[in-house]
Design a protein around this ligand. Structure first.
Ligand code: E4P
Length: 228
């Protein structure tokens, strides 16, 4: 499983990148608003993220257009920001049509706000490079977000979607709307390719109380050695 950071916060991205386990970044309009982002600085901000993570890490930048022609125009402009930009497009009819056009032009698309197997299969057929099923928001309406991710992984891997990728890899499933380290565990066991996680969850993924306890006892015993 690869890990993406789900944020538009440059300091968080810099810190996570320094840990050596960051494979990409996803953003959305809410995350950009959360950091006080301004409309006319949006493309520059996405460029700054691309520069931090480097050319091998995909950075999802979301289109807020609602018609296929506008999404395609938006997507083409976003793709000009950097070679590692992935255009994030909501799962809807206009989004599928735009994905079909952009994918044919070699522009990778992350189809977002995906909540069902049929949506994921349509996204893959339309040419999406990544598909993002949401866990937390599904749980929020008393559905089982993890079960849905598992179903989507199984359904997508029942078929060959390697034509969607430049290097002949299968389309990748990004587990999104991740709220806990346990979500990451369960998604890894189900074979999700990527988990995109908020920085708070990434920090929790490093931690374990037994690690803290073990470290504490090692430090105390080493003090005895030093004072012996
Ligand atoms: C990722 O691509 C999504 O934008 C994100 O994971 C949504 O997470 P949320 O449901 O916690 O806002």
């Amino acid at each position: 499983m690869k890990f993406f950071l789900d944020t538009a916060d440059l300091a968080e991205i810099e810190e996570a990148a320094s840990w050596g386990a960051l494979a990409g970044v996803t953003t959305n309009p809410s995350l950009y608003a959360k950091i006080g982002g301004k409309l006319d600085d949006f493309h520059n901000h996405m460029k700054r993220i691309c520069d931090i993570v480097g050319p091998d890490c995909p950075v999802s930048a979301e289109s807020v257009a609602m018609t296929r022609d506008e999404i395609v125009a938006d997507g083409r402009k976003l793709a000009e920001i950097a070679p590692n930009i992935v255009v994030k497009i909501p799962t809807m009819v206009e989004g599928l049509a735009a994905t079909h056009t952009l994918a044919a032009e070699g522009i990778p698309v992350n189809m977002t706000l995906c909540f069902s197997v049929p949506q994921a299969l349509l996204a893959a057929r339309a040419g999406a490079r990544y598909i993002s099923p949401f866990i937390g928001r599904f749980d929020d309406i008393s559905e089982d977000g993890l079960e849905q991710v598992g179903n989507i992984v199984t359904a997508i891997n029942n078929y060959d979607f390697t034509a969607n990728t430049a290097n002949g890899e299968q389309v990748e499933i990004i587990a999104a709307s991740v709220r806990s380290a346990n979500h990451v565990t369960q998604c890894a066991l189900m074979g999700a390719d990527i988990a995109t996680v908020p920085f708070g969850v990434l920090k929790k993924m490093v931690q374990h109380p037994l690690t803290d306890r073990g470290l504490d006892s090692f430090m105390k015993d080493w003090e005895k050695v030093a004072n012996a």
